[in-house]
Design a protein around this ligand. Structure first.
Ligand code: AMP
Ligand code: GLY
Length: 427
């Protein structure tokens, strides 16, 4: 039987999901941005605000969807999974209550503490910004300052890294945050593991390293993610034996505590001198990380979705064994002062062997232009990170100078620095 699948969301991550399922199902999609890549793959595409749970559920019913995949966290927070489930359409994505693991950082730390999930940094939660500022003065060491709610990855300030203590206090005083988490600054290298979760099963995918900083050499403001890479196996070059497994143990402990969780569970880890610590959990695929993971997943993703819905054990996952490098092209000036309206010169043909994923683009008179968000990404694959990186760069050669790309992502120099950084921390 051919499944009818509704995809919610219109970014690069969702384009990757669309490509992973389109050949094996009847695909429909809805999003607030008209992603041209998804529209080409889908039998139907409707412009709907992803946080309008009732409208998404109505569309799912209208197209006869058997199941749904939810891309963005904003939709999870708005209860889109709840509305779909209630309408009889199985949503691969947690209900709003369980998505609090991502949408409420204070809850997330309290949950870890309550269930003795390994890898929790020391933390404190404040509802009063004056008290939070006093804590910064008293603490004496470096802290990560994290608004409890969703900020698109751009709300966290790390003292001793991006800001001074005085700047962090000014940031809190000038904010209208009503809850903030202050936690021990973790030092090390970050990595992501995404797991498919349903029916108590946890199926993990290769580790990925994202690059949040806007500029080369990890300088500049935080972004939604400028690009990412994965290696031929499950681990990354700066990780040692046992690190991947220790992180998987954390994800499994979360699911033991939340046996009804369904969807993607994304662990963001800091590899420290004491092993992996949890930076955060997300309740959905990463963007860009989905673009690393789904192209190398040999197991049909629709089989995972159907097993999840049918209450069956999830299939064991098979991967192609290729390394991947994903690089986003973003408008010049992104994220602080993005220059929208640059024509996009890369298309699926000119990308060659690399994969092209559209994110936020404007389509006018058959041409594509940047908006104020990340525009498109290319993913190279190969038998090494270097080969994958070269393929991604070939595809980006035509991108022109009105978009910005972090060319250092996946390059040997940066990879070596990561390995040396971890060696220094651990030895
Ligand atoms: P989040 O929105 O929680 O992913 O945080 C955004 C970024 O802030 C992370 O990717 C880290 O680079 C940084 N960050 C968050 N929490 C910490 C922490 N406790 N120590 C150091 N860096 C952190
Ligand atoms: N790549 C970071 C995120 O999706 O949250």
């Amino acid at each position: 039987m051919t499944e009818t699948v509704l995809l919610v969301g219109g970014g690069g991550r969702e384009h990757a999901i669309a490509r992973a399922v389109a050949d094996d199902c009847a695909l429909y999609a809805c999003a607030s941005v008209r992603n041209p890549g998804i529209r080409r793959l889908a039998e139907g595409f409707e412009t709907i605000d992803e946080t309008d749970a009732a409208a998404v559920a109505d569309y799912a019913t209208a197209v006869g969807a058997d199941l749904a995949v939810i891309g963005p966290e904003s939709a999870l927070e708005a209860g889109v999974a709840d509305a779909l489930d209630d309408a009889g359409v199985y949503a691969f994505g947690p209900r709003a209550e369980e998505a609090r693991l991502e949408t409420d950082k204070a809850y997330q730390r309290e949950f870890m503490e309550e269930h003795a999930i390994p890898g929790c940094p020391d933390y404190a939660v404040f509802d009063d910004m004056t008290a939070a500022c006093e804590y910064i003065d008293e603490y004496g060491g470096d802290l990560a300052v994290k608004p409890a709610g969703l900020t698109g990855g751009k709300g966290v300030k790390v003292i001793g890294d991006q800001v001074t203590a005085e700047e962090a206090k000014a940031y809190l005083r000038d904010s209208d945050y009503d809850r903030v988490v202050l936690e021990e600054r973790l030092v090390g290298e970050e990595f992501t593991i995404q797991a498919f979760v349903a029916n108590g099963d946890v199926r993990t995918t290769p580790a990925v390293q994202d690059h949040k900083r806007a500029y080369e050499g990890d300088e500049g403001p935080n972004t939604g993610g400028m690009g990412s890479y994965s290696d031929t196996g499950l681990s990354l070059p700066f990780m040692r034996e046992g690190d991947y497994e220790a992180a998987v143990d954390v994800l499994e402990a979360v699911v033991d505590a939340l046996p009804d969780y369904k969807g993607v569970l994304y662990g963001q880890f800091m590899l420290t001198d004491e092993g992996p610590k949890v930076v955060e959990f997300n309740a959905r695929f990463g963007d860009p990380e989905a673009m690393n993971t789904l192209p190398v997943l040999d197991t049909p993703f629709v089989d995972v979705l159907a097993a999840a819905r049918d209450g069956e054990p999830l299939p064991e996952l098979a991967f192609s064994g290729e390394a991947t490098v994903c690089k986003y092209a973003v408008p010049d000036g992104y994220p602080t002062d993005p220059d929208a309206g640059a024509e996009i010169a890369v298309d699926e043909e000119s990308a060659g062997d690399a994969l092209l994923y559209y994110a936020s683009v404007d389509e006018r008179d058959g041409r594509l232009y940047t908006t104020t968000s990340r525009a498109f990404a290319v993913v190279g694959r190969g038998d090494s990170i270097a080969a994958a990186e070269a393929q991604a760069e070939d595809a980006l050669a035509a991108a022109g100078d009105r978009v910005r790309i972090r060319h250092d992502i996946g390059k040997e120099g940066l990879l070596d620095r990561r390995v040396e950084h971890m060696d220094r921390i651990r030895d």
